[in-house]
Design a protein around this ligand. Structure first.
Ligand code: SF4
Length: 364
């Protein structure tokens, strides 16, 4: 097999069950990771700045329709203090994440980004949903470096089935990802593995799309529906896909991570919290040994952390930032890797990418 498998080969690996053959996949992914991004594990401090969301995704505990969830939005000073904690722990990046919360005004957040960029050495990554171009441009102009927006599945019908549009706005995350690139962001995306109705061929298409989009960051997690959602309570049932359903298993996530490393050799790929949720003992370590090179320790203040429950039994929900930092540092050392220094961006972007000349912006 080539280092960069084509779609047929990707499909073959997704169906593979022989442990000896899979050991070969893990070895290839780990070797590609070492060759292209080295042994450093970069730490991104995750701050879940708001659990408000305007959307109704059929699996997510933050969906607007979940009326049993107490909502919060962090104060500007609280966000900045969390960023300072990232500096204290030696992290190179702070990730500001929220539901699609239009209570987060573009200029309010731009001011916070400017403060973090001027008073700390941190890279700023945003993960705030399908915001209009003018908001994305304002945040990029304020100094934000990266943006994460998972397309979740490249199967358009399946995507539409579980991600109802907001009002009459047609959603096109692939188009938004391309515009994020035009604005000069490093661009991240990713998928869930094991969505009801998701086939092996569909996941192979997703992984091929990571390559086509030349993504800088790719996050992959198992599909875990929250019980207070249509998919989590069994209200929404999908037709059978005739034995082609991809399981939402730990093994399938490792396969997707490993194949992603082969198609995007120099991307930053996290061993996700969702992976740690389905294998709390060593899911993250196995992710790191099968293609991943990033951890995202949680810096959300403990009083908010338990309210950011996208899916149930989320790992690290009761820990403090200090506890997460200590735990993850030990896990990295235990597998013979070391903590990366600096911002840990994709190498080809490390000299900085200029914001394109101002132009008329279309809206998502
Ligand atoms: S997946 Fe994201 S956009 Fe959808 S309901 Fe959850 S937080 Fe909102």
């Amino acid at each position: 097999m080539n280092q960069t498998p084509d779609k047929t080969e990707i499909l073959g690996w997704l169906r593979e069950t022989n442990p000896e053959r899979l050991a070969e996949l893990w070895r290839r992914a780990d070797g590609t990771r070492r060759q292209h991004v080295g042994d450093a594990v970069h730490l991104r401090g995750l701050v879940e700045i708001s659990n408000h969301c305007a959307r109704q995704c059929a699996y997510c505990g933050l969906r607007a329709g979940n009326e049993n969830l107490a909502r919060y939005r962090m104060l500007a000073d609280e966000i900045f203090e969390s960023a300072q904690q990232a500096v204290k722990f030696g992290y190179g990046t702070v990730v500001l994440q929220a539901g699609e919360d239009y209570g987060i005004a573009a200029e309010w957040l731009a001011e916070i980004i400017r403060r973090i960029k001027s008073e700390t050495p941190l890279a700023v990554t945003l993960s705030l949903g399908e915001r209009p171009d003018k908001d994305l441009a304002a945040w990029r102009a304020a100094g934000a470096d990266r943006y994460l927006l998972r397309f979740e599945t490249s199967d358009r019908n399946l995507f539409d089935e579980i991600h109802p549009p907001l009002g009459n706005r047609k959603c096109n995350r692939i188009a938004i990802l391309r515009r994020l690139r035009e604005f000069g962001f490093e661009v991240g995306s990713g998928i869930m593995v094991g969505i009801p109705g998701q086939t092996y061929a569909s996941v192979a298409n997703d992984i091929a799309l990571f390559r086509e989009l030349d993504l800088d960051m790719v996050g992959i997690g198992p599909f875990i529906p929250h019980p207070a959602t249509p998919l989590g309570c069994g209200f929404k049932i999908f037709p059978s896909v005739n034995g082609e359903q991809v399981p939402n298993s730990e093994l399938m996530v490792y396969k997707a991570v490993a194949l992603t490393r082969l198609v995007r050799p120099d991307a930053n790929i996290p061993a996700t919290t969702a992976l740690a949720t389905i294998n709390k003992k060593n899911g993250r370590e196995l992710g790191l040994q099968r293609g991943a090179n990033v951890f995202m320790p949680n810096l959300t203040p403990p009083k908010y952390r338990r309210l950011y429950e996208i899916y149930p039994n989320k790992a690290c929900i009761a820990e403090t930032g200090d506890a997460c930092n200590g735990c993850l540092s030990l896990r990295i050392k235990d597998i013979g890797r070391h903590i990366g220094s600096g911002q840990g961006g994709r190498k080809k972007h490390q000299t900085g990418t200029a914001l394109p000349a101002e132009k008329e912006l279309c809206h998502a």
